[in-house]
Ligand binder design. Structure first.
Ligand code: EPU
Length: 338
């Protein structure tokens, strides 16, 4: 735990954008975090906590304290007939934990394989992929209240998970540092391969009797084929959320655009595939300066090399304006813009 100054954040954001932190430190335990929070309070610094930096767009230097969560550890707490309860340090890499579960033959996370980022960031936006969301395997989390330094525990209901949402993005934003997440994973797999692409990929892999390992491998293959590897091309996954609209609005749009891709929601509304909307505004594979729209998935914005955060932001604003103008739909950003 060492406080350094004017530190480059280039390797700490998957967009690969150069920006500096006025102050920077890493913490590997709650005991190391507390004195850093005391410094923040004393000097009245703004705080930014990063895990994998995979959902972050830095548009300027950060004139405050950036803390990197490096709390590690995966521990089985207890088990019953159906479930195993596992406590994971928030600084663990998400996919490493998914692999650990698969090696231990514990089910529930396989569809969320290869999502970039840390375990602590996962509940903040209720990460999800291929028909499964974090909330389905989530039990509770431990977090330090930034102002008081007190440890609070939040159960699933208290986190108020929604589509890419939790209280840590709304009512409790910037108030807590998540330090550990408790998962409730299954001893017996209940595979969810309803998401079309998984079945298709398993067939392509010539697997007829899939288990969690095979589903995980299929998901990794699909992701690798569509989503850019941040180590090669800077990106933060989906830049926008898939917008939720009224069924009546969807029906009108569908009359005008019969190819429109949308999914029904439990509340009667429809969720539109934002990637489809962006592609049909002609943005797929297009660039604006050094920022681009990924050629295989239009929902992903990419750093084509040396882009700064403002170039990506400008591109995102133009994409939003096109979608608004053509379809009358307002896209909401999924990525955290600093
Ligand atoms: N589509 C297009 N053109 C595109 C992209 C998508 O037409 O350029 C259409 C396709 O018809 C496709 C449909 O949109 O069938 C959905 O696309 P995809 O399956 O790639 O998923 P998505 O809705 O674009 C969401 C998540 C992803 C997650 C995938 C798979 C959000 C914001 N994104 O994307 O999550 O991996 O589903 O489950 O919900 C992330 O959050 O960073 C992320 C990558």
């Amino acid at each position: 735990m060492q406080l350094t100054e004017h530190v480059s954040l280039l390797s700490l954001n998957t967009f690969g954008i150069e920006a500096k932190a006025r102050y920077f430190a890493e913490f590997a335990s709650v005991a190391e975090l507390l004195p850093l929070l005391a410094i923040k309070k004393e000097r009245q610094l703004q705080l930014l906590v990063v895990g994998g930096g995979s959902n972050l767009l830095l548009t300027k230097d950060f004139d405050g304290l950036v803390l990197r969560n490096k709390i590690r550890g995966i521990d089985i707490l207890k088990a019953d007939d159906e479930f195993v309860y596992v406590r994971v340090g928030a600084g663990e890499v998400w996919h490493d934990f998914v692999r650990w579960c698969i090696d231990e033959n514990l089910a529930g996370l396989e569809n969320m394989s290869l999502i970039p980022g840390s375990v602590g960031a996962a509940p903040m936006q209720n990460i999800g992929a291929y028909g499964v969301e974090l909330k389905e395997v989530f039990d509770a989390l431990e977090a330090i209240h930034i102002e008081s330094g007190e440890m609070h525990r939040f159960n699933k209901e208290e986190c108020k998970f929604g589509y890419r949402e939790s209280i840590f993005k709304t009512s409790h934003k910037n108030q807590y540092v998540i330090t550990a997440v408790h998962f409730k994973v299954r001893k017996q797999a209940a595979l969810n391969t309803s998401y079309g692409a998984i079945e298709e990929e398993l067939r392509r892999m010539q697997i007829s009797n899939a288990g969690i390992k095979e589903v995980s491998d299929a998901v990794c293959n699909i992701r690798r084929s569509k989503l850019p590897d941040p180590l090669v091309t800077g990106n933060a996954g989906s830049f926008f959320k898939n917008p939720e609209v009224l069924k009546s609005f969807h029906d009108e749009l569908k009359l005008r655009y019969p190819e429109l891709v949308a999914y029904p929601l439990a509340n009667g509304n429809m969720k539109l595939a934002a990637g489809w909307l962006i592609e049909h505004c002609g943005w797929k594979g297009k660039a604006l300066g050094r920022a681009g729209v990924h050629s295989k998935q239009a929902l992903v914005l990419v750093n084509l090399g040396g882009a700064n955060g403002n170039e990506v932001l400008q591109l995102s604003l133009q994409v939003k304006a096109s979608v608004r103008e053509k379809f009358g739909v307002e896209l909401e950003t999924e990525v955290n813009i600093i």
